[in-house]
Every structure is written in C-alpha cells, then in structure tokens.
Design a protein around this ligand. Structure first.
Ligand SMILES: Nc1ncnc2c1ncn2[C@@H]1O[C@H](COP(=O)(O)OP(=O)(O)OP(=O)(O)O)[C@@H](O)[C@H]1O
Ligand SMILES: [Mg+2]
Length: 417
C-alpha cells in the first residue's frame, strides 16, 4: 500500500463533535483545525514527491543538461485535493499532451504509485490538467440499462461506460459495422440484447439477420415488423443464405437507384437503416460447410453463398444504409469470412478473450492489455473505434433474458397493416 494512505488528512469536523462546545472544546477544535491544515501540507508534499518519482520512472519528464550534469524536470503540481478521490492539478511540460499520463500503461502505473487503481485526466485550461486518482476499479460495478428506445436511427444508443465515467453512445446511422467477440459467457449476447432493445421502436431502423441460436433474433421479435427479415435455427441452413442474398439484392437495388447528387442513402421509414445481425457466424459457416456439397454445375455450396453475401454487405453496405453487427467467439479470419471481411469493422468490441484474440481484432498494441482481460468479468470489454483509442468499458445490462423479450415485445415496431 502506498505511504500516502497513512498521511491522508482527517477532517477536523470529526474532532470538533468529539471535543464539546465549552472553552476547552473550542481550543481542541482550533488545534484540530491547525493540525488538519498542517497534515494537508504534509500530504500535498508527499503526493508531489510520489508523483515526481513516478514521472521519472515512467519517463514522463524532460532531461535538462546543466553545468553540474543532467537534471530531470517533471510536470509541476499545483493544488492537491485529498479527496477521496485524490486529485491534483498539473502543468504540462512543453510538448506534453494530457493523454501522455494515460498513454500505454502509464495511467495504471501512475495510479498505483499514488495508491489508487486508475487515473482520469481532465483538461482544465491552458497547459493545466487535473489528475484524478480513482480508488477502485471504476468498472467493477455494473450498470443497468433503463427501458429506453431511440425514436430514430440517428439518435445515439448507449454502448457503455469508460473508466473515466463517460457514457459512450453510437448512432446506428454512423457509417460503421460492428464486430463483437468474446469467449463463452463473456456477455456478447447480453450486450446485443441491450443494443437491439434500444433500436426496436425506431421507424427508420430494420433489425434483420441470421441467428442459429434463435435467442437474439427470432421468437423475441414475433409480431414485430422485424421478424420477417430474420432467419433462425439450423434446420434449414439454405434459408440463411436466401435471406442474406435477399438483403444483398435490396442493397443493390438501393445503390442502383441512388438519387442524383447523392452518394449514399438517407434512411427514411420507407428505406430504413438495415441492421444485419449475424449471431455466432463461425457456427453458421461450420454448419453450412458440413452440408453435402452440390454436384458440379448444380449450384454453389450454401457456406460459400453465405460468405459471399456477408462480404458484399460488409464492403458495399455502408452507402446503402446497411450496417452489419457480427458476433463470434473469436474473429479468426477463416471463421468470419476472411481477413478482408474482418477489416471492414470500424467499431470493434472484445469481451473476455485471450491476448492473441485481442491483438487480432484491435491490433498488436492491444496485446499488452491481454493478460488482465483474459479474466474479465461478463460485460467488461475493450472497444476500438468512435475516433478513440482502444479502451476498457463496461456495457449496460438490461437484466435477464425474459426482460429482453418483454422490452422487444412492448416497444418493437409493428408492421403497418
Ligand atoms: N453486462 C453484464 N453485466 C453483468 N452480467 C452480465 C453482463 N453480460 C452478461 N452477464 C452475465 O453473463 C452471462 C453470459 O452472458 P452472454 O450469454 O451474453 O454470453 P455470450 O458471450 O453470449 O456467451 P456464448 O458465447 O455462450 O453465447 C449472462 O447470462 C449474465 O448472467
Ligand atoms: Mg451468446
């Protein structure tokens, strides 16, 4: 444990109530106040010392050559607030950016030196930032998803919450396909329950897709306008290929009839954003590839038809208001229709996975995050995209499966009669 814990100042109000109201009590209160002020100064100076040492250790400093040799300049600490949470202001050195304190592994390491778990950086003004030392894993507590639906695809749905407490949103109309990977029971499907439940009511969004498990799509959507565009189960794998090919045909039709002076479809209720949900794609492809191959000249194998359709939706769908949401335990190229298919996802989310899977989807920089993430709780994921660096988030949780079904049934948009 850091030395700082022992030095943390104790508020004098605790003493005053114990001291009574008479002359002696007032004396005691004054002394307590003086001691408190002194302890704040001691504490602040200890924080500055620990911070300076940590910055040196992590090379968040400048080396200045002077006559007597090399001296180290670290960012200057201004006001210290004991908190909790402990926070202090820091003046950036020339050439430094606020993100330098959290880049690479700096954030947790700085925080650990200061007796905390994580670090949040809040820009203040000019060259000053405030560093907040978070006392515990800010993602340890789950957060529930209220029963909310967006009124249009252009409105943001809640994706998750960052370690810094920022709620991240994403509009399905933003031109990004979504990749979601994670081991068994890591929370992929539960995340998608949350996502789809927020979109079911929007009149300009259509939730289509293929789901061999029949839980994410299918029965939950009975009687909604989305259900006819979904195929579930494994009893008729050809039907999955037919559905995906129909979606490709609709995409082609939209691209062919793009209005003049427009390079993409603006979604409306007549031409909604089509969210193509592909649950458990590797399983679907495995099952389709296991079917008896058609005789030569007797058509294309179902697995190949599915791969081709998915690839076309991924590569050409964005302009035609098609968005793909693909789920897999692991985004291995061969399991999800090739490396080119995998490269099409602008938004990538990894629930608990081994380090090599994390690097596969988020790039080699993410490998160093792998060890800890290999044991992540359900609902904790790394997210890349939205113009932000790869970061750890907690996704919202709407509750058990029954709640998902209820929300879809309650709010799911109905087909016009
Ligand atoms: N955000 C969350 N917060 C808390 N618990 C969660 C969260 N997400 C999932 N869980 C718990 O983890 C369990 C497994 O989640 P889920 O079924 O989504 O996993 P999965 O990744 O889809 O697994 P599989 O690969 O087996 O389909 C859920 O039943 C639930 O109890
Ligand atoms: Mg699942």
């Amino acid at each position: 444990m850091s030395e700082l814990h022992h030095l943390r100042p104790v508020r004098p109000s605790d003493h005053r109530t114990a001291g009574g109201t008479g002359f002696l009590g007032r004396q005691r209160a004054r002394r307590a106040q003086r001691e408190y002020e002194a302890s704040i100064l001691t504490f602040a100076s200890a924080v500055k010392g620990e911070f300076r040492a940590a910055c040196e250790g992590l090379h968040i400093c400048h080396y200045v050559s002077v006559a007597a040799g090399l001296t180290v300049r670290t960012p200057r600490v201004g006001e210290v607030r004991p908190g909790p949470p402990l926070s202090f202001t820091v003046e950036l050195l020339p050439g430094q950016e606020p993100g330098d304190f959290t880049a690479k592994e700096n954030g947790p390491r700085l925080a650990h030196s200061l007796g905390g778990h994580g670090l949040r950086v809040e820009p203040i003004a000019g060259r000053w930032v405030r560093l907040v030392v978070l006392a515990h894993d800010p993602l340890a507590d789950g957060f529930g998803l209220p029963s909310l639906t967006v009124a249009a695809g252009a409105e943001s749905v809640v994706l998750g919450r960052t370690e810094g407490g920022i709620t991240l949103g994403h509009a399905i109309t933003d031109p990004a396909h979504l990749a979601v990977q994670g081991q068994n029971g890591s929370g992929k499907s539960a995340f998608c329950y949350g996502l789809l439940s927020q979109l079911v009511a929007a009149p300009d969004v259509l939730i289509a897709g293929s789901d061999i498990t029949g839980l994410l799509l299918g029965r939950a959507f009975d009687d909604t306008a989305h259900r006819p565009h979904q195929v579930v189960g494994t009893s008729d794998l050809g039907a999955h290929a037919v559905l995906l090919e129909d979606l490709v045909a609709e995409m082609d039709r939209r691209l062919e009839h793009l209005p003049p002076r427009q390079d993409k479809i603006e979604p409306t209720t007549a031409t909604p954003t089509v969210l193509v949900v592909l649950e458990e794609v590797p399983g679907l492809l495995r099952a389709a590839d296991g079917l008896p191959k058609p005789k030569r000249g007797d058509g294309i194998p179902v697995g190949d038809r599915i791969r081709t359709a998915i690839l076309r939706l991924l590569s050409e769908g964005r302009k035609a208001a098609f968005r793909v949401l693909m789920l897999a335990q692991r985004f291995e190229a061969t399991a999800v229709g090739g490396g080119y298919a995998r490269d099409q996802f602008a938004l990538r989310l990894s629930f608990r996975v081994p380090a090599d899977s994390l690097a596969m989807l988020h790039g080699d920089d993410a490998r160093r995050l792998g060890q800890e993430h290999a044991n992540a709780d359900p609902g904790i994921a790394y997210l890349s995209g939205l113009g932000r660096d790869c970061e750890r988030i907690r996704v919202p949780y709407l509750g058990d499966y029954g709640e998902y079904v209820d929300r879809v049934q309650r709010s799911g948009r109905r087909a016009p009669r």
